[in-house]
Design a binder for this molecule. Structure first.
Ligand code: GRF
Length: 207
């Protein structure tokens, strides 16, 4: 059984989608830990309701470096024997301390079709505003492995939505979020079934 940690900093709708997918038996994995850098975020409240072990270490005011912070997070994950880390609205760039310890075992969900509209500063409403401003007719969501480099790792799954002339960043975010929930659960399913391989920096999914 693959042991999963979900890292979140915000409302936690992706976390909820993963919990729901687990409960319906979509993937053979267990969410064994919910971690946050924001102790009072919505995701932590969801964890409480679901009775899943949740740990928060406030990044705001943390006395050490980013690497020291991640070393603490790593020790936590190792102590729980975590196999897969899912970043789900985790608003913090993680360092090589975690990335090296979990090669191609950390996934992230991004609210656009990477490699477009990714990188530093491209998060939350900024992404949807940029998509609309560029006049894109299509947007979507991407699940990718986390490597060093923001939003740059191998793509696991993507899903599309149409961008209508009447869309606002809010309506687009809502549509994209639905796709995120779906492709994230599917990506975790594929991982748990051992169907994802990274070859030459690209993901190969075996069916
Ligand atoms: C999602 O749009 C995700 O792509 C981004 O942050 C948002 C998190 O939403 N990284 P939620 O906290 O899962 O509801």
């Amino acid at each position: 059984m693959i042991k999963i940690a979900v890292f979140a900093s915000g409302g936690g709708s992706n976390l909820q989608a993963l919990i729901d997918a687990q409960d319906t038996g979509l993937f053979k994995g267990k969410i064994a830990l919910i971690f946050s850098n924001v102790p009072d975020c919505g995701a932590m409240k969801r964890a409480e309701n679901e009775r899943i072990e949740a740990v928060a270490i406030a990044s705001k005011g943390y006395p050490g470096s980013r690497e020291e912070y991640d070393a603490e997070v790593l020790r936590l994950c190792q102590s729980k024997k975590i196999d897969l880390i899912c970043l789900a609205g985790y608003m913090r760039i993680i360092t090589s301390v975690l990335i090296k310890a979990y090669p191609f075992k950390i996934m992230n969900v991004h609210p656009a079709l990477l490699p477009k509209f990714g990188g530093e500063g491209m998060y939350g409403h900024h992404v949807h505003e940029a998509v609309i401003k560029a006049g894109e007719k299509e947007s979507g969501a991407t699940v990718h492995f986390v490597t060093e480099g923001v939003d740059a790792g191998p793509i696991v799954l993507q899903g599309n939505v149409k961008v209508m002339g009447t869309d606002t960043p809010e309506t687009l975010a809502e549509k994209v979020l639905k796709v995120e929930h779906h492709i994230y659960s599917e990506s975790v399913r594929l991982f748990c079934e051992g169907k994802i391989k990274v070859v030459d920096g690209r993901v190969r999914v075996s069916l």
